[in-house]
Design a binder for this molecule. Structure first.
Ligand SMILES: [Zn+2]
Length: 195
């Protein structure tokens, strides 16, 4: 897991402009079995990744590990901030997981890419992915630039990501429309789909 972890850190930092502050992981090196929930994975506040027993050997387990390792690079926010901005975290993390996956898992023989892809249309947080897809289009972020865009969002605390985007469009000519796009994405991204 350690070499994979380093690859994730490197892949995320490669997306950032040179000279930008680097993303740092808070994973503590431990993966434990998540007790009490049978279909989940989380990274705890102390940096331990917990994965439900059922998922440890799932064909799509590499997606789960990657997703949690991307979370590890997100600045630690308060529990309430996280719950109130869940889509701003899950959408950014999952998009980055999908962007870096081909690079990070390249050459591994035990990766079932078809199984991984099959999970994407049924992923419980997919409304967040759709909201970000739309926001990206509305703000004119090209697919080629999406990696940098999401990595820069990941650097900000979850409760500050909306404002970071709002500030970034302030001087744009079409700023009213752009602010509206951020606002309507925010409505989806602040819904807590975990509850
Ligand atoms: Zn997540």
């Amino acid at each position: 897991m350690e070499p994979l972890h380093q690859k994730v850190t490197d892949a995320l930092n490669t997306l950032l402009p040179s000279g930008a502050p680097r993303l740092v992981s808070r994973w503590n090196g431990r993966i434990e079995e998540l007790v009490g929930q049978d279909d989940a994975a989380v990274i705890r506040r102390d940096g331990t990744i917990e994965v439900a027993a059922r998922r440890l050997n799932d064909p799509d387990r590499w997606r789960t590990y990657l997703h949690e390792l991307v979370h590890a690079h997100s600045p630690l926010s308060g529990q309430t901030d996280m719950e109130e901005n869940l889509g701003w975290e899950e959408g950014v993390v999952e998009h980055l997981q999908r962007i870096i996956r081909p690079t990070v898992l390249q050459g591994r023989m035990d990766v079932d890419e078809a199984a991984i892809r099959a999970t994407e249309p049924v992923w419980p947080y997919r409304p967040y992915i759709a909201a970000f897809d739309k926001l990206q289009r509305d703000l004119g972020v090209t697919d080629a630039d999406a990696g940098r865009w999401y990595a820069q969002l990941l650097q900000k605390p979850v409760e500050g990501r909306r404002q970071f985007l709002a500030i970034s469009v302030l001087r744009s000519p079409g700023r009213l429309k752009l602010m509206e796009a951020i606002g309507s994405a925010n409505t989806v991204l602040r819904k807590n789909l975990r509850r």
